[in-house]
Design a protein around this ligand. Sequence first.
Ligand SMILES: [Zn+2]
Length: 649
Amino acid sequence: MRATDVDDAHGRGSANIEGSPVVCGPAAPTASSAAVLGPLRFDAVRLADGGQLGAWQALNRAATIDHCVAHLESSGNLDNVRRLVGASTEDYRGYWFADSDVYKVLEAIGWETGRAGDAGWDGFVSATVWLLRSAQESDGYLNSWMQGLHPERRWAALEHSHELYCLGHLVQAAVAMSRAAGRDDLLTVARDFADLAVRELGEGGIEAIDGHPEVETALVELYRHTGERAYLALAARMVELRGRGLLPHGRFGAQYLQDHAPVREVTEAIGHAVRQLYLAAGVTDVYLETGDETLLASMEALWRSVYEEKTYITGAHGSRHRDEAFGDPYELPPDRAYAETCAAVASFMWNWRLLLATGHGRYAEEMERALYNAIAASTALDGRHFFYSNPLHLRAGHDGSNEDAPSERLSWYGCSCCPPNLARLMASLHHYVATGDEHGIQLHLLTAGRVAAGPATLDVATDYPWDGRVEIAVEGPAAEWELALRIPAWCARATVTIDGQAQDAAVDDRGYVRLRRAWGGSSRVVLELDMPVRVIAAHPRVDAVRGCGALARGPLVYCVEQADHGDVAVEDLRLDPDDPPQPGEADAALGVPVTLVGKAAVDGSSPGALYGDYAGPVPVSDVAPLKAIPYFRWANRGPNPMRVWIPMR
Ligand SMILES: [Zn+2]
């Protein structure tokens, strides 16, 4: 394969042409960007419905998107906009950023329509775009809360108002609609609002940033999509203005608003987790388009803080319910984990941008960890119930109903940022599987499906993440190029054959096996990843889980749930690290091909005195069967206690 053939497969390079037939995905660096890897065309990858990622994408199409559309109606998000044009007499309902949920749902529909066609959403989209256009001020301003309730306060309370946050989501929806669904009516609405922001907040205008970052990454994408550099300039200006004390910090403080320090001086993830991670995505986007290495350096330092000290084993972030915040280093309590779904989605997006920027597999590794655990766990089997907070331990008697941490997934929330965020990610999930560069094709997420990049086609057959065998049928004309396969860091031993011939499967310093050869005709690549059950321990400073082990197999973190343990309280189970449970039978009702089964010791303690003199380790009273299921399938059998971290005997 010639380099140009691979380039042809990219969305990048064509992203600046409005109405271009080349379909790009959610983040499409320009041809002149600093990206070392390029996304493939949005239609280059098809996930197999029978694979786990394909199944999630199909469920999103069949259930989640329509569920979200229905709730935009019943929760008042659409009526809030209708009020502005006299089409609703309802009072404003929901939070001041309720518009953002409308935009996230439109974004999901945009990607999904581009992926697999309209599923009856066209009328809703047309009506909603018409409504937004009708409600938009003549100068481009659009925000139902501000226009409806505080028209005199435009840009005057940005620490709180989310006006630019909502603009950001409008822009992302418009880009999705334009790129993938082929309609530019929403883009007109978004550009008019973005142009107003450029005029009033750009160079020479008001110095302003939003208390909730999001618009930065969106403006960079709008630049990529339209070629209009003013959007990139505004994004870069907002990155530069952060941490300069422009916002009144109020009772939440500067960290909550991500205004505590200039971006380049930040070395620790702190404050509101979603805001921190959206900001990081935006900063990385600005780096990608400007090549400002100081921004990349700051992002790499921030990444080390996040992943070396502040990430749950599920890939979730945010250990404090208060202010939805990152905690101190190693402050990762499993029961009090806030672990908001949106934070995991945001980190997935940030890691994708760092992957494009550096080509390093550690970023794809974190995408995969978040995807199969924190993100997947947030949605119920029916695709219509969701967690906002994703704890790693639910105690018997838990009541979190007053803090967005219920014992079961809910169909919607008062602040329902998470479900539409899931919908837009799932609709574009296939886009994150592979990339291309001048060397060839890189497979980052191993999953069943087809990748068509340039003249080569990869048909990937695998039961991953349940099984470590991955068969790839490579078809294409004779050409020399490189197929790079990411080897997950949890895999201690991988073998590769091509047409039955063993290959050098050495993993390079970026985490990939690179198969460079003269391909041609049909070749069969077989990758075998050892996938034993692992008992994982946390760094000793994570006091909350000291002495505990977590079960994992492949990219999946497992948990024990009360529903599988009868009268033996899961909180009394103790794991024998020398005899961990092993792959066992499927649980069809949960859609789990591989459970883990074995035995556990049972604590001899009983309820009673909370404290007493130390008398050595708690004795074991019994041995009981242990069954572990993937964490992402917990809480699909009614509310019941669960734990990821299990005390070790
Ligand atoms: Zn959320």
